[in-house]
Design a protein around this ligand. Structure first.
Ligand SMILES: NC(=O)c1ccc[n+]([C@@H]2O[C@H](COP(=O)([O-])OP(=O)(O)OC[C@H]3O[C@@H](n4cnc5c(N)ncnc54)[C@H](O)[C@@H]3O)[C@@H](O)[C@H]2O)c1
Length: 334
């Protein structure tokens, strides 16, 4: 795979480091020349001022869009139009409508558009998904999901706090991973109830703490908390099934050991089975490999719905918080 990198920040570096030995970073584009050069030079890649120049000058099979969200739609649609596959960071776009336009461009040009949701590839998360899907513990009844970190000094000056760049706060930025996991691993989300808080003076409309209920057609509910007031980094995904509780806590690194716990429902003495996953984060490499496979398997080129779907759920949460009532998740088809 000849790869173009759009953006040269944290995610661009992670994604570039996850390329397979047979891939080649051909060009890096972005406005921050120093970091573009830092990423490009060791790989012998070209340094480009912006993504338009990259798409015009460099023969690439795929691009990674690793910029703030306001650049995702234009750059991805242009790349797809050049016949180039796209792995685009979450959130796929600033709105579900924009994500829908990206999906249609992918379908029209028969190219893969993949929304980067690397959390699906954490080993404990995978194991939880497999345990739920296998059905051995019965039906999933409810869930609790928590993800957060502490607001950083200077957060107000980052693009994450700029309403011209983002269309939501912490729920859109980090909580969207939980939204994706609930709607992918547990149940399709029919409607949403949300309470949003802003305690740190971010611009209007950019919450720093979100408490959200995601309800299925059958009435199962996941409680999701996504927060910038998690003074110690925290990740939790806990599912109550008919015959067991299955829990992932931690993601490794600053989020603590990634641990999968299975607690069976039983009338006997309390028992739990715990598995701890240690070692380097495999998610970037595994997601990249899955993306590469998708570009080759015609059937998988049908764009994955998870990017627009997660945005439609987050948008429903914002509508619910404004109205104080449950809000239906509306997708373009409805
Ligand atoms: N999957 C995850 O766990 C995860 C984690 C962090 C961020 N993200 C997502 O990745 C994306 C990038 O986040 P980040 O943390 O790398 O941000 P960052 O600030 O570290 O990097 C953003 C980069 O985009 C570049 N850029 C800005 N405008 C551009 C343009 N018009 N053309 C090309 N490049 C441009 C900047 O120069 C910078 O290099 C966001 O969508 C974010 O939500 C995902």
């Amino acid at each position: 795979m000849r790869v173009g990198m759009i953006g040269s920040g944290v995610q661009a570096r992670r994604r570039a480091a996850a390329l397979r030995p047979q891939d080649r970073l051909v060009a890096v584009a972005g406005p921050d020349t120093a970091s573009v050069q830092d990423l490009a030079r060791p790989a012998g890649a070209a340094v480009r001022r912006d993504w338009t120049e990259l798409l015009e000058r460099d023969a690439v099979d795929a691009v990674v869009v690793a910029t703030p969200p306001h650049v995702h739609e234009d750059s991805a649609v242009a790349a797809l139009g050049h016949g180039v596959h796209v792995l685009c960071e979450k959130p796929l776009a600033p709105s579900a409508a924009a994500a829908g336009r990206m999906m249609r461009a992918a379908a029209a040009h028969r190219r893969t558009l993949w929304c980067g949701f690397n959390h699906r590839f954490h080993p404990a998360v995978r194991a939880l998904g497999e345990a739920v899907a296998a059905g051995g513990h019965g039906r999933a009844l409810s869930a609790i999901a928590v993800y957060g970190h502490a607001v950083r000094p200077g957060y107000h000056t980052e693009w994450r706090a700029d309403p011209a760049v983002v269309s939501g706060g912490q729920l859109m930025e980090q909580g969207i991973h939980l939204v994706d996991l609930v709607s992918t691993l547990l149940w399709p989300v029919r409607d949403v109830f949300a309470h949003l808080q802003s305690s740190f003076g971010l611009p209007a409309g950019l919450e720093d703490d979100a408490h959200v209920l995601l309800r299925s057609e059958q009435g199962q509910v996941a409680f999701v908390r996504s927060s910038l007031s998690q003074w110690r980094n925290r990740f939790l995904l806990e599912v109550t099934l008919e015959d067991a509780t299955v829990r992932v806590s931690g993601l490794g690194g600053s989020y603590g050991d990634q641990t999968l716990t299975v607690e069976p429902r039983s009338s006997g003495p309390f028992t739990a089975r715990e598995t701890v996953f240690r070692g380097p984060d495999p998610t970037w490499r595994e997601e990249w490999e899955a993306f590469c496979r998708a570009t080759q398997e015609r059937t998988l080129r049908t764009p994955d719905e998870s990017g627009p779907r997660s945005l439609a759920i987050v948008e429903a949460a914002y509508r619910s918080a404004r109205s104080g009532t449950w809000a239906d998740v509306t997708t373009e088809e409805q």
